[in-house]
Design a protein around this ligand. Structure first.
Ligand code: NAG
Ligand code: NAG
Length: 301
């Protein structure tokens, strides 16, 4: 292998990157990277598995929505804690009404599900996709937050993650925390925190009646099909067989996502999170028309 002489300016750039850029990005203790995994190892098609609406390419899948159907997938197993990751590229162009979702949710039971959502809300031409997050506990939702991301999520794949352990729930975008819900259940029943076994799920679906401009901008089927890409099907989570064994085993500090380094945000993560929060375009905690007074957890962000 030839020895390459690096020009001094490259060395300087490298130096600058190490001193200034890397610390700013040191937002997350690097998790042990899960082994490269194909879709079929951990996931199955939920709907749209007709060979067109969901295309399985092994390490990448495409979900497509047109007038006849959308598509969705789910993990084979349910989990009681974990660090869920997915790389997603949302549909580009005119996507008003189109919702691209990645979420963890308990079995769909009437009115009592636990659920943690990333929902990418498409928009009209020239308006970037908005990220909406939401948390349901025992079927209680109405916890929407909306964020204009600092990049175009339709231009490339980005990393979206949900850390769920006995201390807190943290949602990350490319390693930056964008949402935190602390587990404050010991303070009283008004502090809700997801506890049911949940499956990881993804889907692309028609949210015309609410997703864009409050439902005024709808899916334009003339612009279909709308296609999203998903990658990264390794799962770092605690599989559960029954609801009963969740808390005891999946709360163990021996599971790396429950251990030191994952119990609270570092100072750098907290600072990054606060600057993201200043850019929320909607926050249920400050929407008095929806909940007044604001839910108890809003005092602990
Ligand atoms: C939340 O914290 C309580 C103790 O404060 C614990 O008993 C419970 O298992 C935790 N919830 C989850 C889902 O880990
Ligand atoms: C917040 O918004 C400002 C102005 O639009 C932008 O410059 C900044 O990058 C955003 N910060 C984050 C963390 O999204």
């Amino acid at each position: 292998m030839a020895f390459q002489v690096r020009p001094p300016w490259l060395l300087l750039l490298h130096f600058i990157a190490v001193i200034f850029i890397l610390p700013a990005m040191a937002s997350l203790p690097a998790p042990p990277s899960p082994p490269a995994t194909v879709f079929d190892d951990n996931y199955v098609v939920a709907y749209g598995g007709d060979g067109y609406h969901m295309i399985n390419q092994g390490t990448e899948i495409r979900l497509t929505m047109d007038r006849s159907s959308g598509a969705g997938f789910r993990s084979k197993l349910a989990y009681g804690s974990g660090f869920f990751h997915m790389r997603i590229k949302v549909p580009a162009g005119y996507t008003a009404g189109v919702v691209t979702a990645y979420y963890v949710a308990s079995e769909p039971e009437r009115d009592v599900q636990d659920e943690v959502d990333f929902e990418f809300l498409g928009d009209t031409d020239g308006n970037p996709t908005t990220l909406q997050t939401n948390v349901f506990v025992n079927g209680h939702g109405d916890r929407e937050q909306r964020l204009r991301l600092w990049f175009d999520p339709a231009a490339d794949f980005h990393d979206y993650a949900i850390l769920w352990n006995p201390s807190h729930l943290v949602m990350f975008v490319d390693g930056t925390p964008v949402r935190v819900l602390k587990n404050l259940t010991s303070r009283g029943p008004e502090y809700e925190f997801p506890a049911k076994p949940m499956r990881a799920r993804g889907s692309v679906w028609d949210g015309s009646d609410w997703a864009t401009d409050g439902g005024r901008s709808k899916v334009d089927w003339g612009r279909a099909p709308f296609t999203a890409g998903y990658q990264g099907f390794g799962v770092a989570a605690c599989a559960v067989a029954t609801a009963g064994d969740t808390a005891a085993r999946c709360g163990s500090p021996d599971l790396w996502w429950n251990g030191d380094g994952y119990k609270s945000l570092t100072a750098a993560q907290q600072a990054a999170y606060e600057s993201v929060r200043r850019n929320l375009t909607y926050d249920y905690c400050t929407d008095k028309s929806k909940r007044n007074p604001a839910p108890s957890e809003c005092s602990f962000t």
